[in-house]
Design a binder for this molecule. Structure first.
Ligand code: SAH
Length: 247
């Protein structure tokens, strides 16, 4: 069962305060998680982070540093982004317990990421759109923004409760699917390919993109494409472009 939690990574994007990184590492270790990814932390490595991590130093030692979010989640097939508020283009939003259930089930076989944003302004719209789902911790509507490390604790706690439940029920509630799911990188590569076709047929104007690619990204994320489906879609785009080039 602990192998299952090993497929789960916690990603902190552009964190300002090293104390939050240390406190997040401690919360992770308390809740049986170990894989921390740091996307461009502002002040790291730091003695403050080490101090706040207490006995979770190995999580900081093994933390993976990345230049951008895509690099941190490219090989994942399920990515859930956290947000304290609703955004302009609504994305499927999960409750913390639903989020944890999905994560624990999918992590039985796949790489999964839970992504946290900046202390001052959270995750950008672009970063949120790389996610399959969003999760919001219900809180006081007059002040719903938790401290970053506190938010990490709440969601890691939920993950640990789901792990305990799965263990006690003994059920392996894996969803059956005949093909491996496509990773974030594979879906992004397909979207680039599709965008080229949409430009070629004048369906999409990159100078006036409106919400087209965002809506398509949301559609494909919602469907959770598998690798075979991605290959078919690539094939359709390639052949369409070839026919257009022949004209
Ligand atoms: N002002 C920012 C909040 C930043 S809080 C905003 O409006 O998005 C820093 C991070 O803590 C957030 O990016 C998110 O990862 C997490 N967080 C804080 N409160 C949360 C909540 N209620 N639900 C989910 N995540 C939350």
């Amino acid at each position: 069962m602990s192998e299952q939690l090993d497929n789960i990574r916690i990603v902190l994007v552009n964190t300002s305060h090293p104390g939050n990184i240390g406190a997040a590492a401690r919360a992770m270790k308390n809740m049986g998680l170990s894989r921390l990814y740091l996307v461009q932390p502002k002040d790291y490595p730091s003695g403050v982070a080490l101090g706040r991590a207490a006995s979770a130093l190995e999580i900081l030692d093994n933390a993976v540093l990345c230049d951008n979010l895509q690099e941190a989640i490219g090989d994942c097939t399920l990515v859930i982004g956290t947000s304290a508020r609703s955004r302009r283009i609504p994305w499927p939003v999960l409750e913390p317990d639903q989020c944890a259930r999905k994560i624990v089930h999918e992590a039985q076989t796949q790489q999964v990421a839970l992504v946290f944003g900046r202390e001052d302004h959270g995750l950008s719209n672009e970063e949120l759109q790389l996610c399959h789902f969003h999760v919001q911790i219900p809180a006081n509507p007059d002040y719903s923004s938790l401290n970053l490390a506190a938010a990490v604790m709440v969601l890691c706690y939920e993950i640990y409760q789901q792990k305990l439940q799965l263990e006690s029920s003994g059920a392996e509630e894996q969803e059956e699917w005949d093909k491996e799911l496509a990773s974030v990188d594979e879906v992004e590569r397909y979207l680039e390919h599709l965008e080229e076709l949409l430009i070629q047929i004048d369906f999409h104007d990159p100078d006036n993109p409106r919400q087209l690619m965002r809506r398509l990204r949301r559609l494909y994320k919602r469907v959770r494409l598998d690798k075979m489906e991605i290959n078919i879609l690539h094939g359709i785009v390639t052949e369409s472009r070839r026919m257009l080039d022949k004209k």
